[in-house]
Design a binder for this molecule. Structure first.
Ligand SMILES: *Cc1c(COP(=O)(O)O)cnc(C)c1O
Length: 247
């Protein structure tokens, strides 16, 4: 890309195409359009700023350090930051400074760390004469793989642990139980996986009616996710282009 104008035009073109796919998928399945979270991981803050100028309000990041730096650089752009990656408990404090949502809540220890971090953040704000922050939207990340070869803690909580995790989030008023998140497992038809997620969501909302969010669908499988009730799509490469080489 020779200039930033070319890059902005490229982003606009790709974003328009993705928005078209989303509306087509929504009308094909008779559903309302989910929210689009543009996943900007590995791309520079200048791209995020260009996306904000194109009307993007929700952005997703999966690495705490990278997200923190970009959110600081772009403070005041009115963006909502969604943390979507594996989160270590020692990063909870930094995440609650800028993120409106965490989509990767997958274990009780992380719920506790986020609650503690929210309390510390609100104390900090009070001391600085600022209002408390809004409750942190928490999506429970579920591992949709079936079988015995699950390595716990990598790709989300086991569905069997969903209600226990939900109860932990619901017990903390600084956290808001927003719903479920999942990534379609490799080597499986995403529609089948998202159908299971939709059933789990029905089970969750029967106890927690407010927790109706379904964060599902990426560049490759957004149509299947829309058809199965996704309320939030997390789209990276189809908007930003191929990810740059790391390093
Ligand atoms: C990178 C990432 C996405 C976006 O994936 P694309 O295939 O680039 O659209 C969505 N969700 C999670 C958890 C991710 O890490």
């Amino acid at each position: 890309m020779s200039t930033s104008t070319d890059r902005a035009a490229d982003l606009k073109h790709r974003l328009d195409r993705v928005r078209h796919r989303i509306s087509a998928a929504a009308s094909a399945s008779g559903r309302s359009e989910p929210a689009l979270i543009v996943v900007t991981k590995y791309f520079p803050a200048s791209d995020v700023a260009a996306l904000a100028a194109l009307g993007v309000r929700d952005v997703g990041e999966n690495k705490a350090q990278e997200a923190e730096a970009k959110a600081a650089e772009l403070a005041g752009n009115g963006l909502r930051w969604h943390f979507i990656g594996q989160l270590q408990t020692n990063k909870a404090k930094s995440v609650v400074r800028y993120a409106s949502a965490v989509h990767s809540v997958d274990r009780p220890g992380l719920v506790a760390a986020l609650g503690k971090a929210m309390a510390a953040e609100n104390r900090r704000r009070t001391e600085a004469g600022q209002p408390s922050r809004a409750p942190l939207d928490c999506y429970l990340q579920l591992d949709l793989r079936s079988g015995e070869d699950l390595d716990p803690g990598r790709g989300g909580a086991r569905p069997a642990d969903m209600l226990e995790l939900a109860a932990a989030v619901a017990a903390d008023p600084s956290l808001s139980l927003a719903g479920l998140m999942a990534v379609a497992p490799l080597g499986e038809d995403p529609a089948a996986a998202f159908a299971r997620l939709q059933e789990l969501s029905a089970e969750l909302t029967s106890r927690y009616p407010g927790a109706a969010g379904i964060s599902a669908g990426m560049s490759q499988d957004l149509e299947a996710a829309v058809a199965h009730g996704a309320t939030h799509l997390r789209i990276g490469s189809d908007v930003l282009g191929p990810r740059p080489a790391v390093g």
